[in-house]
Design a protein around this ligand. Structure first.
Ligand code: ZN
Length: 89
C-alpha cells in the first residue's frame, strides 16, 4: 500500500474547506431573513411545501404555512432541503 502523500492530503483538506465556505456563501448570497417564505424539496406531513423563516442563526427556524408547526433545522440541513425562496420583503 502506498503511503499517503502529505502534500496531497493537505490539498484535499483545503479543497474540502473551500467547499464548505462555498456553501456558506450560497446561503449568504440568498440572504435568508426572518419573514422570508421558502419552498422545500419535501412536503411536510401536512402536505405543504412552504415555510416562513422565523429564526436565522446557527440553526434556521421555520414555520409551516399550512399547519403552523415550527421546526428547527441545522443550517446545512436547511440548505439541503431548500428548493427556492418564494418571497422576500
Ligand atoms: Zn405542516
Amino acid at each position: 500500500m502506498k503511503a499517503c502523500d502529505p502534500k496531497e492530503e493537505r490539498r484535499l483538506r483545503t479543497q474540502q474547506g473551500l467547499l464548505s465556505i462555498k456553501k456558506e456563501l450560497i446561503l449568504l448570497r440568498m440572504e435568508i431573513k426572518i419573514g422570508d417564505v421558502v419552498r422545500l424539496r419535501k412536503a411536510h406531513a401536512c402536505g405543504s411545501y412552504e415555510w416562513e423563516v422565523i429564526r436565522v442563526g446557527v440553526d434556521i427556524g421555520i414555520r409551516c404555512l399550512k399547519c403552523q408547526r415550527r421546526v428547527l433545522l441545522e443550517r446545512n440541513a436547511f440548505e439541503r432541503r431548500l428548493k427556492e425562496v418564494v418571497s422576500q420583503d
